[in-house]
Design a protein around this ligand. Sequence first.
Ligand code: BJW
Ligand code: ZN
Length: 263
Amino acid sequence: MPESGANQGLEEARALLAAAERICVLTGAGVSAESGVPTFRGEEGLWKSYRAEELATPRAFRRDPRTVWEWYDWRRGRIRDCAPNPGHLALARLALGPKTVRIVTQNVDGLHEVAAREAAGDGGDPSPALPLEVHGSIFRVRCTACTYRIPHRDPIQTKDEAILPKCPVCMALLRPDVVWFGETLDPGVLSEAFQVAGATTLCLVAGTSALVQPAASLPLATLEGGGSVVEINPTETPLTTLAEVSLRGASGEILPLLVEGLV
Ligand code: BJW
Ligand code: ZN
């Protein structure tokens, strides 16, 4: 039964987390909302009245690479100024603690990695808290024609199509190294994510509308494997009725309360 009574739900979720040997954490854009990163769906997800589904596609990039790069340049600028929030940091602390935890994120903003390094501290090993990024990274670019791929954080010049970034190897257009609608996810990353989700005792799902496949099916793999799901989201999602506990609220507030005492 989904449980939304604030305190009771929190205690129940805490008990599930405490008992779990292996935890898979699935995050979405909502986890970064309190850092100032816009989510995709809903009013605030709009940019110049475009929906993500109209811009995050290979077709949109083929038709109008300048507009698509302009959107990414705007988002990269917003994200560059953002820092991890208490939700990212709580998850990083959980993953660096005694339990076996794997963070799987749909986010491309890199904030889980920043949180992992911050939580590990100088000389600490952040690797247990580094996420599996199933939709890529907004701060990497790759060639549309060859295998060239490189980290890239600087602003992109988007005034004219002729000056969009080009591959230094073959001169074809560079694009953000993210997964667009209609594109397949990296098979190695995807199979690792499903393997982790299927073998986990608890899948903690935070800040995702759970609409975009195949990531939205990861918690279903946990349920099929006999594990349970705890959800954190201010609104209901298609996962809510399947979750053992569904906590209504902001992940930046709930996650620190949830992991308190476990790490
Ligand atoms: C808070 C909060 C706070 C707010 N605290 N929470 C099966 C059925 C139907 C369709 C498909 C299917 N299989 C594949 C498809 C097609 C498609 C798909 O899923 N479409 C759906 C829309 C129906 N999937 C694909 O095309 C995928 N490829 C694929 O499957 O290949 C094989 C194939 C191809 C074609 C046909 C069939 C098979 C690829 C999907 C790639 C998604 N890419 C994007 C863009 C990434 C790059 C970029 O950032 O620009 O990924 S789209 C966008 O959505 C982004 C996100 O990672 C993803 C998920 O969004 P997310 O994170 O859930 O964000 P929101 O905004 O939706 O939700 C935020 C939530 O936070 C809300 O619930 C808020 O309430 C909450 N929130 N504040 C906690 N403070
Ligand atoms: Zn190239």
